[in-house]
Design a protein around this ligand. Sequence first.
Ligand code: PLP
Length: 400
Amino acid sequence: MSDSKGFVEMENIFAKTMDKLGTETAFEVLARARALEAQGKEIVHLEIGEPDFDTPKNIIDAAVSALQSGYTHYTPASGLPLLKETIANYVKTHKNVDTNPEEVVVVPGGKPIMFYGIIATVNPGDEVIYPNPGFPIYESVIKFVGGVPVPIPLREENQFRLDVNELEGLITSKTKMLIINSPQNPTGGVLTKEDIMKIADLVRGKNILVLSDEIYDRMIYTDDKPLSIASLPGLKDWTIILDGFSKTYAMTGWRIGYGIMNKKIAEKITQLMVNSNSCTAAFTQMAAVEALTGPQDDVLEMVSQFKNRRDIMVDGLNAIDGVTCLRPKGAFYVFPNVSSFGKTSKEIADYLLLEAGVACLAGTSFGSYGEGYLRLSYANSVENIEKALSKMKEALSKLK
Ligand code: PLP
C-alpha cells in the first residue's frame, strides 16, 4: 500500500459528525506564536484565557497531602461526597441557589458541563440560543449534536450585554436551550440584575433550559454581586450552572469543574461521565475542597491585580489612534474596536502577531458578530501588557 493511498483511506475513516465539530482558535494562535518564538521572535502572549498566577500554595499542599494519603483511586463518577457537599454549600452561600449534593456533578473542567449538558438534552432540530461573540465551544457542540445554533448578538453599544427584546424575538416553540455567560468571554460584558430578571421572565414556564456559564463570576470589578439566574423563582430546575476552579483559583491545568442541575439531569450527566472519564482525579477533588473552604486572600489579590491590569490595558488601547475600547466589568479580557483600520479582525490579528509580536485573537474567532474587534487577555504581567501596548501602537500607526 502506497503512502498516498494510506492517507486517502485514513481520510475516510472519520465519522460524519466530526465535520460538524468546531474548535478554539486560541490554541491554534498559541501554536503559531510558539513556532515564531522557536525561530527567535519575541512574542507577548495575550491570546490565551488563563491566569498567569500560580495556584495558591494551600491548594497545592492539599493535593500533595491527598496523594500521600491514598487519594489515588477512582471516586464516584459524579464526585467525592465531601466535595459535592462543599460545592453545594458554596453555591448556596455564594450564588444564593438552594441546592444539595445530589444536584452537583464534578467533572474535569468547566467545559465538560457544556459538552455533556448539550449532548444530554439537545435533539437534532432543537434550537439553542447562544451569545455571539461568545465562547466558541457552545456553537461547536450545538452543531455536533445536530441542534440549530441561534446566535444572539452582543453589541458594543449595549456594553456587550444581550438585548432582552431581541432575545424575546428569537424564542420559538423549538427553543430547547438558552446559553448565557456573565461575566463574558470574550467581551468582559456583565449582565445586570435587571437583565437576568427579564431573561428569567422570558423563559420561565416555557420548558426552556438555561445553561448559565458562571465560570468568571468571582472576577467582577464593580461592587455588584453577581446574580445567578438559578436563584430566581421557577428557574432552578431549568438551569444548568457551569462553574469551576480553573479561573478563580488559577487551576486551569488541574482540570476540575462542576455543574449544578436538577437531579434528573445530574443522573444523565453522571452517566456520560461513567461512559467517558469514569471520574475526575481524586487528589484534584481534595484540592478543590481546600480551594473552597481555605483562605480566599489569594483570590482577592488576583482580582485586584486583574482590575489594575484591565485599567492599564483599556487606557493604553484608547491611547492608540484608531482603537476604542470599553472598560469591561468582569472576566480578564478586553474587546477593542479596530474597525477604523478598514481590515478584517483576522487580518489585524495576523498583522499584530507578525509585525508587533503580539499574539491576540480576532473577534471573529468568537462568531461573526465579533467582526471589527480583537480579543486581548490581560491575564499577563503589567510589564508584558505595557510592552504589548507600545508595540501595538507602533505597528498600528503604520496602518493609518
Ligand atoms: N466557559 C468559558 C466562558 C470559558 O472562557 C472557559 C475557558 O476559557 C470555560 C468555560 C472552560 O473552563 P475550563 O478550563 O475549566 O474547562
